[in-house]
Design a protein around this ligand. Structure first.
Ligand SMILES: Nc1ncnc2c1ncn2[C@@H]1O[C@H](COP(=O)(O)OP(=O)(O)OP(=O)(O)O)[C@@H](O)[C@H]1O
Ligand SMILES: [Mg+2]
Length: 457
């Protein structure tokens, strides 16, 4: 987007000279009096205004104030005749960015304009950074080895490459939806652009609308100044809409329109603003159920779900548990300044068998707590929450409770470790903390060798 400058001066020769000079690098509009300056400023957005303080139809200081009411971020450089230095100072106090004394050198003008626009860019950048959570580096940060995880990673990579396509990420709480959304941003051509998040369930409907679309001054009681919304802040990047299932029925069609047209108006605004934003939405609710209940628009669902990613719950990809557990343990150890510790076989069995209703997030919390309880020593079963130790925790993949015998658990665990070690018995015996001979006996006893893949039942 090229920068846009408005020149306000009733001296036609001067105004047109300035316009000629600046039009080489910027988009320029002109106004010869206060009334038309304000009308133009209302009709479109500018980055900078060059404002003559003496206008035929108004006091320049008042115009300055009115310009800021239209757009609080507008940079205004006032132009004054030499003896009016006091007025210039008053203007600075009233919020002008800088001033130029007439007559001025065109080189000074160019320098000042360049600096002003750089300032403007920095401000925008700071606003963006404030609104944005720092994105994570890459997909490598995501841990998992199960076929379900790996195929999801593959889908994520492919979706990331299509930089405009909306994405809908579905999955239970704590499965890693936000993490995947960030990954999509980081792997896309928008990675250098802003990453902005908006939680649709966290704030009241009215506020949410002005958060998303921004508002003009006076749009509602507390709108004392105009404000840019997250859509504008996300321009060139990705807007993450978390808990999209909670978006109110009034906002749903408005969102649909932005996704389709990439344009919108601020609340209380007349101007049509254009952005270039990729929408990534996440939901831990069953949106189809919401559609049936009439709470979620089907057209919005299909628009978002052009690219859908289903994140499987942790209990359906148990092979990821050992790696994830060690990853979170190492992470917590680093934070606490401790050595990396191991996990005792029984503790590992329990981690592997638990149903994990809170998914990856719950596993992370359990490992952090275990490390605190173990005091930096090996993680034993007793360092795990008691829910993990009850029979009820030992469930099959469909979540139904199964009364495991200890021998069943042992078979399950050995089978899993063998698979993890790709059948390497020396390695597996070492991980299990038993001799190779014992391992061989167990394999024979449980008929595991060929059946290692079936150990999951
Ligand atoms: N595969 C993974 N590898 C490493 N860390 C992960 C992985 N999946 C999730 N996490 C971590 O687990 C935690 C929960 O993930 P995240 O916040 O993305 O879940 P969510 O699905 O958005 O949850 P909610 O629905 O509750 O908002 C985060 O700390 C995240 O970094
Ligand atoms: Mg989340």
């Amino acid at each position: 987007m090229s920068n846009r400058i408005l020149i306000v001066d009733d001296d036609d020769t001067l105004r047109e000279t300035l316009a000629d000079v600046l039009a080489r690098h910027y988009e320029v509009d002109q106004a010869a009096d206060a009334a038309s300056a304000l009308a133009i400023a209302r009709s479109r957005s500018f980055d900078l205004v060059l404002l003559d303080l003496r206008l035929p139809d108004g006091n320049g200081l008042e115009v300055l104030q009115q310009l800021h009411e239209i757009d609080e971020r507008l940079l205004v450089v006032v132009m004054t005749a030499y003896p009016e230095i006091r007025t210039a100072v008053t203007a600075l106090k009233a919020g002008a960015y800088d001033y130029l004394n007439k007559p001025f050198d065109l080189d000074d003008l160019r320098g000042l304009v360049r600096r002003a626009l750089e300032t403007q860019q920095l401000r925008t950048e700071v606003e963006r950074l404030r609104a944005a959570v720092p994105p994570l580096a890459n997909l490598e940060g995501m841990i998992g080895a199960s076929p379900a995880f790996l195929s999801m990673v593959e889908v994520t990579r492919r979706i990331a490459a299509a930089a405009r396509t909306p994405v809908l990420i579905s999955g239970e709480s704590g499965t890693g939806k936000e993490r995947i959304a960030q990954t999509i941003h980081n792997l896309s051509s928008r990675a250098a652009g802003p990453w902005v998040t908006l939680n649709c369930s966290a704030i009241a409907e009215g506020l949410l609308e002005s958060e998303m679309f921004g508002h003009e001054k006076g749009a509602f009681t507390h709108a004392v100044a105009s404000k840019r919304g997250l859509l504008e802040l996300a321009d060139g990047g990705t807007l993450f809409l978390d808990e999209i299932g909670d978006l109110s029925p009034t906002l749903q069609p408005k969102l649909l329109r932005v996704i389709e047209t990439q344009s919108f108006r601020r609340v209380g605004g007349q101007r049509e603003l254009h952005v270039d934003v990729r929408f990534v939405a996440a939901s831990n609710r069953d949106l189809n159920e919401r559609i049936r209940q009439g709470l979620f628009r089907e057209d919005l669902y299909y628009r978002l779900n052009v690219a859908g990613i289903d994140v499987p719950p942790l209990r359906e990809r148990r092979e990821d548990i050992p790696q994830l557990a060690r990853h979170f343990l190492a992470q917590a150890a680093a934070v606490m300044g401790l050595q990396v510790v191991d996990i005792a076989p029984l503790a590992e069995t329990r981690l592997a068998a638990y149903v994990w209703p809170g998914n990856v997030r719950e596993l992370r919390n359990v490992m952090e707590r275990a490390l605190i309880l173990s005091g930096g020593a090996r993680i034993e079963a007793e360092h795990l929450p008691k829910e993990l130790c009850t029979n009820a925790a030992c469930r099959s993949q469909d979540g139904s409770a199964l009364p495991f015998a200890l021998a069943d658990m042992e078979k399950l665990h050995i089978g899993r470790v063998l698979r993890h070690c790709r059948g390497n018995k020396t390695h597996a015996a070492a991980l299990l903390g038993i001799t190779r001979l014992t391992l061989r006996n167990k394999i024979a006893q449980y008929e595991l060798l060929e059946g290692a893949e079936e150990g999951e039942a």
